[in-house]
Each structure stands twice: as structure tokens, then as C-alpha cells.
Design a protein around this ligand. Structure first.
Ligand SMILES: Cc1cc2nc3c(=O)[nH]c(=O)nc-3n(C[C@H](O)[C@H](O)[C@H](O)COP(=O)(O)O)c2cc1C
Length: 286
């Protein structure tokens, strides 16, 4: 799969590559109203990583349903819509609007957004608020729901367990790791928003250990994400317990990355004589 926010709406790439080969496309995080996002600069490269503070710039759910879903309805590759809200009601409303729309195969719930009602802490940092969002989305839609966990919590296994109980169909992890960079000449933070989310190869070991822990704790399918750049990276996540993976930041360096990862997985399986990827899921936990 492509990771939310790193592959647009898929439409930007459909004339360049055979995107129908992918397992799924997860589109840019979508909110009830269109958003311009955070002040620039919003991207800073770091050692082996990328800091971003895009701030959920997006066209809003109504435009997505009107302009993007009809295109997706003609694709073989399933498209999931990543949703974000500032209140539990926002999430429920988004899920309701997406329910039954042709071209939309699932919802990925981004719980890394500040909960405005609870003073700005991310929904995903504590099990109770994460479960409230999950339950609200589940009851508002018949679509399958993936809940995407944030690593910015001390209790990712606790969050995963309550989200599973609250009705998630699968869990994806991880979102970006909170970070910052400072310009020593101006003595100011480099990002307009001061802090942002770190992604790319720098976070891969963190993501891998979290996938390992969560996959050991819940029965649901786990989708691994964080720094995956090659097929071998993907195989590591599968061996940690992921049933599927997402490619994010790697696409900014190499727009073919999701396809290279897919081909890399196939090469590894051929080399090892593996017929079914399921043989590898959780191999490192046995
Ligand atoms: C520029 C950018 C925008 C992102 N936007 C979203 C988003 O809208 N919703 C979301 O859940 N995650 C978003 N993410 C997080 C990615 O989907 C992914 O979880 C994270 O970057 C880790 O994977 P990676 O190291 O392969 O990029 C974004 C990441 C980047 C770099």
C-alpha cells in the first residue's frame, strides 16, 4: 500500500506507473472542510529522514467524493481514505459521508490529530480516546476500518488492544515520530510549525519494534509502515508480524518506490522458494 500523505490521491501517479498492481492506495488525510495546512517551511530533510509539518492540507471530504471517488471507482486497486478530525464527532461525520460512496474501499483513521476538546493532546496517545474515535467511526460506516497508531505514546500496545476491542478491522502503524530541527544561523526552528513528524529510514527500527509488539498483542491484521524503502525492509516488517506494509517517504526520493518494494518482495520469495507470503508473517516471533 502507499502511505497516507505521500502518494496524493493516486491520480497524480496513475499516468506514470501501473498503479493497479499495488495492494491498495491510501489517500491524503481528509477532513470535513478543506484545509490550507501549516505555515511554510513544512519539510526539512534530516539525517536518514524527513521532518514534515504539512498540517493536513487537503481538499475536504465533499470535493474528494465529487472529484476523486468517481475516478477511483474505475480502478482495480482499492483506495482507502485516511480521515482526520479535531473531535470524535468530526470522525463519525467523515465516516458517514464516505459510507457507500463508489470508489472508496475502506477508511484509515488517523488518530494522530490534536483533540481540540481535550486541550490538544493527540487522540492516539491514550487508549480511551483512541477507542472512542474507533467506536464512533465503526458505528457510522459499513466500510472496513484501519486505525493508524501514533508512536508518540508510552503505551502503543494498550492503545492497539482497546482499538481492537472498539471495532477496528485492522491496525496500521506507525505514523510519524515527533521531532524538530533548528537553524543555528537564525536560532529559530526550521519548520514554520516549530515541531513536526519524522519519517523515513531514520524511524524504521522504531516502527519495526512497535509492529513486533503490537502484532504479538492483538489478533487483528497489522499493517507495517515506517521507513520502508526496499523489498527487504518490507520483509522485515512481515517477519515482525505485519500482514501488509505501506511505503511513504521513500516515494519522495524515488516515485517508483512502492513498485520497487513490491518487486523486491517477489524476488525475496522466489529466492527463498516461498509460495505464500503468509509463511513469513510473524516468522521472527516464532
Ligand atoms: C509529507 C507527509 C505527509 C503525511 N500525511 C499523512 C496524513 O495525511 N495522514 C496520515 O495518517 N499520515 C500521514 N503521514 C505519515 C505517513 O503516512 C507514514 O505513516 C509515515 O511517514 C511513516 O512512514 P514512512 O517512513 O514510510 O514515510 C505523512 C507523512 C509525510 C512524510
Amino acid at each position: 500500500m502507499t502511505a497516507a500523505g505521500t502518494f496524493g490521491y493516486g491520480t497524480e501517479y496513475s499516468h506514470l506507473f501501473d498503479i493497479q498492481k499495488l495492494g491498495a492506495i491510501v489517500c491524503k488525510g481528509t477532513t470535513l472542510e478543506p484545509r490550507d495546512g501549516n505555515p511554510q517551511p513544512r519539510l526539512v530533510e534530516t539525517t536518514s529522514g524527513l521532518l514534515n509539518s504539512i498540517g493536513l492540507q487537503n481538499i475536504g471530504v465533499k470535493a474528494l467524493i465529487k472529484e476523486k471517488a468517481p475516478i477511483w471507482a474505475n480502478w482495480r486497486v482499492p483506495v482507502m481514505v485516511n480521515i482526520a478530525g479535531e473531535t470524535v464527532d468530526d470522525y463519525a461525520q467523515l465516516a458517514k459521508e464516505l459510507d457507500g460512496v463508489a470508489g472508496i474501499s475502506g477508511i484509515e483513521v488517523n488518530i494522530s490529530c490534536p483533540n481540540v476538546k481535550a486541550g490538544g493532546a493527540e487522540f492516539g496517545v491514550n487508549p480511551e480516546s483512541a477507542a472512542r474515535v474507533t467506536a464512533a467511526v465503526k458505528s457510522a460506516t459499513s466500510l472496513p476500518i484501519l486505525v493508524k497508531l501514533t508512536p508518540n505514546t508510552g503505551d502503543i500496545v494498550g492503545v492497539a488492544a482497546t482499538v481492537a476491542e472498539a471495532g477496528a478491522d485492522a491496525i496500521s502503524l506507525i505514523n510519524t515520530v515527533k521531532g524538530m530541527a533548528i537553524d543555528i544561523a537564525t536560532r529559530r526552528p526550521l519548520l514554520g510549525n516549530r515541531t513536526g513528524g519524522l519519517s523515513g529510514p531514520a524511524i524504521k527500527p522504531i516502527a519495526l519494534s512497535m509492529v513486533y509488539e503490537v502484532a504479538s498483542a492483538v489478533e487483528l491484521p497489522v499493517i507495517g509502515c515506517g521507513g520502508i524503502t526496499t523489498g527487504n525492509d518490507a520483509i522485515e516488517f512481515i517477519m515482525a508480524g505485519a500482514s501488509a506494509i505501506q511505503v511513504g517517504t521513500a516515494s519522495f526520493v524515488n516515485p517508483r518506490a512502492p513498485f520497487d518494494v513490491l518487486e523486491g518482495i517477489e524476488r525475496f520469495m522466489q529466492k527463498e522458494g516461498i509460495k505464500d507470503i503468509a509463511e513469513l508473517i510473524g516468522a521472527a516471533r516464532r
